[in-house]
Design a binder for this molecule. Structure first.
Ligand SMILES: [Zn+2]
Length: 317
């Protein structure tokens, strides 16, 4: 943490995408100068956000803007959250004006994947690139496209729904109504589901250390993989291959300069990054693959709060 001088401009970013509200004041370099975390209180969200913003401004009064990242689809022309599976209380008509009224400063609301993408682009693994595709792999799978320094949000704000590209035409039904979306195989809950199915069906897999712990998580799979458990390594590798298959399509479509991958599942490090790169190389049009860099994000769980703070700053400029 750097020391805050009160004359330095600050920008607040708030990430509502997980069970924990993550709030930060960042400076113009995207460095966090103050932070707060608290379990999200969905039934009093506006009041909770107002309170956290008040605390942060108490420490650092020179706050110019507030950015709020939400786990849902945000229509950028109307500033409305129109769908959120994880935080339904954000889906209401007047959320943006409620926040603005409560804060008394300019407020921007953005989808969490777009926010994290912007953070990585400005001050993380995307720094120095002109165009970037971002993927976040956690409880769900999100994506975002940045072209020429700007988020490409599409006709109505929903571009980059990477988790819902079809990876298996015979696959499972997805929350979105399609079947066989990438999210139905490679998100954290689906890594657990696939691992459980395999452990139940295959005798040799039961030698895996995972089988000892009945209620394991995707983090446990990654942890055991890093400790050399063959079964867990195979599960992570297969997940990487599925993601790499999706990335190959993105490379062919956009011929993009850089792909940055973040989210909790990427904590598996090279164990997942390498199969993603290998599969993208195997499937993409070769000149497209050769023109790209595929990297893990560097901002970790702060990507969305840093990103949405900088988005709000740049939208106000
Ligand atoms: Zn889907």
């Amino acid at each position: 943490m750097t020391s805050a001088s009160s004359s330095e401009k600050g920008y607040i970013g708030i990430d509502l995408s997980g069970p924990v509200l993550r709030a930060a004041i960042v400076n113009d370099n995207g460095e966090i100068i103050e932070r707060r975390e608290a379990p999200i209180e969905a039934d009093r969200l506006v009041a909770q956000v107002e309170q956290v913003v008040g605390e942060l401004r108490g420490v650092h009064p020179n706050v110019e803007t507030v950015g709020i990242a939400v786990p849902g689809l945000v229509n950028r022309t109307t500033d409305r959250v129109i769908a959120s599976r994880d935080l339904p209380s954000t889906v209401r008509e007047d959320l943006h004006s409620e926040f603005t009224k409560a804060m008394g400063v300019r407020v921007e609301i953005e989808n969490d994947a777009n926010a994290a993408a912007y953070g990585e682009y400005k001050v993380g693994a995307g720094r120095g690139s002109r165009d970037m595709f971002y993927v976040t792999i956690g409880e769900g799978i999100g994506g975002a496209i940045i072209l020429d320094g700007k988020l490409w949000t599409g006709a109505s704000g929903f571009a980059g729904e990477f988790g819902h590209i079809t990876i298996d035409t015979e696959g499972l039904e997805c929350d979105c109504g399609n079947t066989g979306c990438l999210e139905t195989v490679a998100s954290a809950p689906n890594i657990v589901r696939r691992a459980n199915e395999r452990l139940n069906r295959d005798g040799t897999s039961s030698l895996s250390r995972l089988a000892i712990n009945k209620n394991f998580t995707a983090d446990d799979v990654a942890h055991e993989a890093r400790n050399g458990d063959d079964f867990s390594m195979m599960m992570i590798e297969r997940t990487g291959k599925n993601i790499g298959t999706g990335v190959a399509s993105v490379l062919n479509l956009l011929n993009i300069e850089r792909v940055v991958l973040g989210g909790g599942v990427m904590d598996a490090g090279e164990l997942i990054l390498n199969p993603i790169i290998q599969e993208a190389r195997r499937r993409a049009f070769q000149p497209c693959f050769e023109a790209t860099q595929i990297l893990a994000g560097t901002l970790g769980p702060d990507a969305a709060s840093i990103g949405v703070a900088l988005l709000a700053r740049d939208a106000a400029a």
